[in-house]
Write a protein that binds this ligand. Sequence first.
Ligand code: GLP
Length: 243
Amino acid sequence: IRDDPKAVAFYTANYVRQRINEFRPTRKRPFVLGLPTGSTPVEVYWHLVEFYKRGDLSFRHVITFSMDEYVGLPRSHPESYCAFMHRHLYDHINLRAENIHMLDGNADDLAAECQRYEDKIKEVGGIELFLGGIGPDGHIAFNEPGSSLESVTRVKTLAYETVLSNARFFGGDVNKVPKLALTVGVGTVRAAREVLLIITGAHKAVALAKCIEEGVNHMWTVSVVQLHPSAMIVCDEDATLEL
Ligand code: GLP
């Protein structure tokens, strides 16, 4: 628990840097990192870019997988998760283009696209560290309430709460928010060797309490971290209000 969102972001970025830096000399393979979108990780990415600029962190041997993407939003749309990741992180660091993996929400065959993603994750040896945020309804990636805890990458209809919550990125207009998304599954997150969640703000306090003080529940999909052997939550004081 850290005082505020700034301290959460700083702690998280430092942790990610440390994990990447200590991994490389001991293992000969790349470090596979799963990454979220949303407002919470923006400052984490800012710090990672600063570390890179200062020469304290290199992404040369990092492979990334984004968690999710809207269906039907052009990649060039500023709110596509592809554009988001480029804007906040990828355009500013030395990550090789071929090491960036994202879901294509405009693929002709969405089911095949999801299968391709799962296959790719397996091909590179699985995800080492999955960084995640959560929605106020306890979703991780776009695994809305009711998602199977075994689910893998697939098409998901967004919960109305999520559409409402994400309307802030579309000028407050719910009609502009895509209603479908591609998302890694709860099972995909569970399969990562380590999971790190960042949770800030009083509006996520109920979700945090459900996540760690109640049983594992597919209506609060993030609660699945209780089953994970190596999971950490970094939160601010406001998010702990219901604990
Ligand atoms: C979206 C993303 C989630 C993210 C959530 C929270 O729904 N699909 O991966 O965790 O937003 O966003 P914020 O950090 O802005 O609260």
